[in-house]
Design a binder for this molecule. Structure first.
Ligand code: 5GP
Ligand code: MN
Length: 332
């Protein structure tokens, strides 16, 4: 039996000492980022703190079923008042919070709570970075417990989606007994798992189905079947009438192929009139894809990482492939 990690005292002090707290996570939030923000907002509200949630990309549509503690702000221009503290969740570095929030981070004290490797501890009043945590949601659960917020209702649902997403529905190597015990506790307190999973899973758009079908047909098996690479060009997205959200989760499917050690999805997007490519990498066990992403200015975890390259998808594959080869070559 392992001892339970405790929340650093300076984190709890900062949360208890301020009345107006803004909670933010990385732009284009995934379920761990947004679930953690909502759960922390619920926990802070339960102790009387005015908590606001900000994300420049707003609430992702695949999480629209969650009950919100208040609107998710997409602009900082008309805040009711200046926050006294900003809590940054699930951000491997400060830039990932997006551009809009950077001036606020320069002038307001910040707490940084995250589970990414190599987080540079950018918080100004407290940093809690623990790469052994499966999800930021797991860290928020410990905070909620320390604040004596009951782990039920909307708070529990937000925590569940956060932790479920980053553990691959409690199947990856980062799934701890502690995470499973937490879910068991929440089920005991009334968390309705079948209803929640129904909302999480059975919500596909037609464009997502069409995109996945097409991309699976076109996926390339490279490096003697060890690399599965899928290119999602702007043309493909347009032809399938699909959005970036429709591509979420596809990379995990490519890793299911027997013999594949690295799954790579390269999705083109446009920024300031120029093409760029978002790379998503997945692996298993000792195969380290974070090191590959880091070569291109990105980051993440050993088995799940990403980066953005200022190239089209085809060129991004050409420059990444030699680094991906290194994933297995160095383990031989
Ligand atoms: P995804 O492929 O789902 O976008 O991201 C997988 C993991 O890598 C997540 O933990 C995510 O936070 C991280 N990640 C993705 N893109 C980037 C990036 O550009 N920079 C950094 N530092 N981490 C990233
Ligand atoms: Mn996370």
């Amino acid at each position: 039996m392992t001892t339970k990690t405790s929340v650093p005292e300076e984190v709890l002090l900062a949360l208890r000492r301020h009345q107006r707290v803004l909670i933010a996570a990385h732009a284009h939030p995934d379920a761990d980022a947004m679930g953690s923000c909502l759960a922390l907002a619920w926990a802070l509200r339960s102790i009387g703190v005015d908590a606001l949630v900000f994300n420049e990309d707003g609430m992702p549509s695949f999480l629209k079923f969650l009950t919100l503690p208040g609107p998710v702000l997409t602009s900082l221009e008309r805040l009711p008042c200046e926050p006294e503290l900003v809590v940054c969740l699930d951000c491997g570095d400060r830039a990932r919070l997006g551009e809009a929030i950077q001036p606020l981070l320069d002038r307001v004290p910040t707490v940084n709570i995250d589970h990414h490797l190599a987080n540079p501890n950018f918080g100004t009043v407290a940093n809690w970075v623990d790469a052994d945590m499966a999800a930021t949601g797991e860290m928020v659960a410990l905070i909620a417990e320390a604040l004596r917020a009951p782990l039920n209702g909307a708070l529990a649902e937000a925590l569940y989606v956060a932790i479920s997403a980053d553990t691959g529905n409690f199947s990856y190597g980062n799934t701890t007994a502690g995470a499973l015990r937490l879910v068991a506790d929440m089920v005991e307190q009334g968390l309705d798992l079948p209803r929640l999973r129904e909302s999480m899973e059975n919500n596909w758009t037609e464009s997502r189905l069409r995109l996945w079908g097409r991309i699976m047909q076109e996926t390339r098996l490279l490096e003697d079947g060890r690399l599965a690479a899928a290119l999602i060009t702007r043309d493909t997205l347009r032809e399938c009438n699909a959005t970036r959200e429709d591509a979420e989760g596809l990379v995990e499917q490519l890793r299911r192929l027997s013999g594949v050690r690295v799954a790579l999805v390269l999705r083109e997007e446009e920024k300031d009139g120029k093409v760029q490519t978002k790379a998503s990498l997945r692996s298993s066990g000792k195969d380290n894809v974070r090191d590959v992403a880091a070569q291109f200015g990105g980051g993440g975890h050993r088995n799940a990482a990403g980066a953005t390259l200022p190239l089209d998808a085809e060129k991004a594959l050409t420059v990444m492939q030699p680094y991906i080869r290194f994933v297995w070559n160095r383990l031989q």
